[in-house]
Design a protein around this ligand. Structure first.
Ligand SMILES: [Zn+2]
Length: 347
């Protein structure tokens, strides 16, 4: 018998096709109906503006013995414990007829501090600081594009204890490497297949679909757009795209870079306002390979994957996600987008 309750289940119990990953995402939102409340939250005490034990704070000496300068805005330095290095020891070995391969891990690893204040976040700071960060990301992209030892670049921000970051000092990292990042390769393959099937640009089609549906858009201006995608895997997952196609950040005009930073700034402020805390996430700037080739089917975007589905409640990856590779989501993207959209930002 179909009653109101089962109808609710029908509406929130479905699978959706993820066009960038070419896999199904399963939604079963009836597992998570209890509305959450901020009252029960224990907010961590705010850290001080300077921490003598922080290796990112200005003037502190890092583990390498190098001292940070008395920096005043964005500060970039080479990671003291890089996972990749341009001078990594040479290894080249194929065994078992080439089945097992070893090579040296060549690349550049850097840390980008957003601000000298240990306890600040980009959401707390004026928009101008986010713009500066985007300018630095663009400069780093241009530098890696000119470096023939580099094939591709990942700029990423791990934020919050929920993703394993103990220091609140606002920063991100970059890995510039001599191989292709898997997700970008997969998305490029998905875009090529979609183009062969439909003669359409996959990324342009997704942006057009989100603009047409409208209800999942979180922030938008003339040159950039942010949305919880129809096919979101995490509850508060957000994509940010420039509206014009750019394979990487190097070709963004200043007005587009500013617009992208403004949309980013609005998204992170909405996150913090909704959860009443410095909202944790893993954010990746996804770009086409920087190897000098032309990538007409790929489009630069920023991708937020937040681990929390409610304040204090982590989305654990388990059987379906780790065991089989398909996501089972407890929330419907439209509902999570509505929460983020309903907030009124003060300025
Ligand atoms: Zn610090």
């Amino acid at each position: 018998m179909i009653n109101q309750t089962t109808l609710e289940y029908f509406n929130k119990w479905e699978k959706r096709w993820h066009p960038l990953r070419r896999e199904w995402v399963v939604y079963a939102a009836h597992r998570n109906q209890r509305p959450w409340s901020f009252d029960v939250l224990n907010q961590p005490a705010k850290a001080s503006a300077n921490d003598p034990n922080c290796y990112l704070c200005p003037r502190n000496v890092r583990i390498s013995g190098l001292q940070n300068p008395d920096y005043q805005s964005v500060y970039v330095f080479d990671n003291d414990h890089p996972v990749v290095g341009l001078h990594a020891p040479a290894v080249q070995e194929n065994t078992h007829g080439g089945l097992y391969k070893r090579q040296s891990a060549r690349g550049i690893a850097r840390v980008i501090c957003f601000d000298p204040h240990h306890n600040a976040t980009l959401a707390d700071l004026p928009l101008a600081r986010s713009v500066e960060v985007f300018e630095v990301w663009q400069q780093q992209t241009q530098e890696m594009l000119a470096n023939t030892a580099i094939k591709s670049l990942l700029i990423f921000e791990n934020k919050g204890e929920a993703v394993g970051v103990s220091s609140p000092h606002p920063h991100c990292q970059l890995y510039a490497v001599d191989f292709d990042w898997k997700w970008v390769s997969e998305e490029m393959a998905a875009a090529r297949l979609y183009y062969e099937e439909t003669n359409q640009d996959l990324f342009a089609s997704i942006i057009a679909a989100e603009q047409q549906d409208e209800l999942r858009i979180i922030a938008e201006n003339e040159h950039a757009i942010a949305f919880v995608p129809f096919f979101a895997r995490y509850a508060y997952e957000v994509y940010i795209f420039p509206k014009q196609p750019h394979a990487n950040m190097s070709s963004l005009h200043k007005v587009e870079l500013d617009a992208l930073a403004a949309v980013y700034y609005e998204v992170i402020r909405r996150y913090d306002l909704l959860f009443q805390m410095s909202f944790p996430f893993v954010m990746a700037v996804k770009q086409a390979p920087l190897d000098g080739h032309f990538y007409p089917h790929y489009r630069l975007h920023l991708h937020f994957q937040p681990p929390l589905r409610q304040p204090g409640l982590v989305k654990f990856l388990a059987g379906p996600e780790i065991g089989a590779g398909n996501f089972m989501a407890d929330t419907i993207p439209e509902e999570k987008a509505a929460e983020l959209r309903a907030l009124v930002l003060t300025t």
